[in-house]
Design a protein around this ligand. Structure first.
Ligand code: TXA
Ligand code: MG
Length: 328
């Protein structure tokens, strides 16, 4: 099963680039989560992504770039605010939604008039983009490399577990540093709009833009990460206030229900039987481990995953967003 997982040697990266160029799918690490890559200029290859993920075809995919200069190839406008965000945060966990260039395929944009662009910071992603560009390629379309609706992968093994034989090759870049997906900002309306909180915080965006991007309006482009139920484990997950966790686990245990717990401040009670993970109390470290923790707790026979609620401040904004969707 793990035979397709390859250490990111220069030979493996070159092989991966050749496969992309030939229209095959290759999973690769980014600093946020692993991506399932295809040649963004090859419609059949992009369609293969949707089949492998079991994803509806009207969901757009992000095009990953090697240079800011490549934006002009995919977008017909590069507004000043977007330029400033790219200068500040690329390469990094930021995706810009811009008006698409005429040639960009509907398979990439989900039929919308916009395109999502990101320059990732992971060295293996950069090496793959460079090797692909050397073959004449112009951008790698890549959603997160999970089955549609499931928790995003933050290790090569997660990708193998989710996608099985649907992906020919998985470049292994170790666990992802950020652990949750990129922040998405759209420049398609009158003002920048935040479509998905993520690796870059709102305060950092506001520092560059002069004000925080607005919440998306009805005219904002659709993003599948905005679905109320997304990033979910198989067992139903529930958020529980810290003070209620002991009584809630005791109640469920008394009725014979097996639960797993993602705690943050509460140590495992002596009498608790089952999986109990105490995650970090620092937001960035919590995010780094979040998806791996959810996968580890999503065990056969577990009827529910109880998640200790997280703080209500801006440091935890992106984590709260993912937890809300995982528990919907
Ligand atoms: O961190 C990330 O962004 C990762 C890594 C692999 O780069 N990618 C990722 O892709 O999370 P995906 O497809 O799982 O989520 C991308 C989100 C989706 O919600 C999609 O709808 C949105 O970006 N998106 C992409 N292009 C868009 C567009 N033209 N308009 C609106 N939303 C778009
Ligand atoms: Mg995804």
């Amino acid at each position: 099963m793990s035979g397709r997982i390859a250490a990111p040697t220069s030979a493996a990266v070159a092989d991966a680039a050749r496969r992309l160029h030939a229209g095959e799918l290759v999973a690769f690490p980014t600093e946020t989560v692993y991506g399932l890559g295809a040649d963004a200029g090859n419609r059949d290859a992009v369609h293969r992504i949707f089949t492998a993920k079991g994803r509806p075809t009207d969901h757009p995919v992000i095009v990953h770039l090697q240079h800011v200069a490549q934006v002009e190839r995919w977008a017909r406008e590069f507004p000043d605010g977007a330029r400033r965000l790219a200068a500040a945060f690329w390469p990094g966990p930021l995706t810009l939604i811009l008006p698409r260039a005429g040639h960009v395929d509907d398979a990439v944009t989900g039929g919308q008039d916009s395109v999502g662009l990101r320059m990732p910071a992971h060295p293996v992603a950069s090496a793959l983009l460079a090797a692909f560009a050397a073959l004449g390629g112009n951008g790698i379309a890549a959603p997160s490399a999970n089955r549609f609706g499931h928790v995003s992968p933050t290790t090569a093994q997660h990708v193998a577990d989710d996608l099985g034989d649907a992906v020919a090759m998985i470049l292994d870049g170790g666990p992802c540093a950020v652990g949750i997906e990129s922040t998405i900002v759209a420049f398609t309306g009158s003002e920048p709009a935040l479509l998905r909180p993520g690796g870059i915080g709102i305060d950092a965006l506001a520092g560059v833009l002069g004000r925080a991007p607005k919440a998306p309006g009805l005219d904002a482009p659709r993003a599948s990460g905005m679905l109320a139920s997304h990033y979910a484990p198989h067992a139903p997950a529930r958020l529980v206030a810290c003070g209620d966790l002991p009584s809630e686990t005791a109640r469920r245990a008394a009725s014979g229900e097996r639960v797993a717990v993602l705690a943050r401040t509460l140590p495992r009670p002596r009498e608790f039987v089952g999986a109990w993970v105490v995650a970090s109390t620092a937001a960035q470290d919590y995010a780094h481990d979040l998806y791996a923790n959810l996968r580890a707790l999503d065990l056969p026979g577990v009827k529910a995953i109880l998640i200790e609620a997280v703080p209500d401040n801006s440091d935890w904004f992106a984590v709260r967003d993912r937890l809300t969707r995982a528990t919907n």
